[in-house]
Design a protein around this ligand. Structure first.
Ligand SMILES: CSCCC(=O)/C(O)=C/O
Ligand SMILES: [Fe+2]
Length: 176
């Protein structure tokens, strides 16, 4: 995982969009926005996932392959939905199994922070954070999705500042 400020240029979102000079963002800084990160080791990948699930009460899981082959005729629509700025009323928890991609999150100052993920990364975006996702130019990512309850994925597109989960999120990071 590597995170940095996004350059905001209006070009292909699958390009790195790293500012020049780069402005790196640390795991601690991501933590200030409520984002959690673990690097999972190959040797006991499943055990580590199981422990995080037990500790954080994640009861369900499934897998998604974000690629033309994996999503078939839904690919273009899904890619568009993933990259529209949105929030969820639950945590978004993704363990990357194969491939690479980018999660962009809005930091406390409402700047885009780009998080490059690869196999072995587990990332938790808190409920209420504005974010989006895109593949990179490799066009392939396979992830395990973890859920506290039933596997539902409902994006609420920005603006939804009056949403109670958005308000709770802002209060939590202010108190942080
Ligand atoms: C890498 S999983 C697909 C993207 C997704 O589920 C999501 O919510 C993006 O914000
Ligand atoms: Fe999302």
């Amino acid at each position: 995982m590597r995170a940095y400020l996004y350059d905001n240029l209006d070009t292909d979102c699958r390009e790195p969009h790293e500012q020049n000079p780069s402005v790196p963002v640390s795991v601690e800084e991501l933590g200030a926005s409520g984002v959690l990160y673990w690097r999972l080791k190959d040797e006991n990948f499943e055990e580590q996932i199981d422990k995080i699930c037990a500790d954080r009460n994640y009861k369900n899981r499934d897998q998604i392959t974000v690629s033309k082959e994996g999503l078939g005729e839904l690919f273009d629509a899904k890619i568009k939905t993933f990259f529209a700025e949105h929030l969820h009323e639950d945590e978004e928890i993704r363990a990357i199994l194969e491939g690479t991609g980018y999660f962009d999150i809005r930091d406390k100052q409402d700047r885009w922070v780009r998080i490059k993920v690869e196999a072995g990364d587990l990332i938790v975006l808190p409920a209420g954070i504005y974010h989006r996702f895109t593949l990179d130019t490799n066009n392939y990512l396979k992830a395990m999705r973890l859920f506290k309850e039933d596997p539902v994925w409902t994006p609420l597109n920005r603006p939804c500042d009056e949403n109670p989960y958005r308000k709770a999120y802002l209060e939590a990071i202010e108190a942080n």
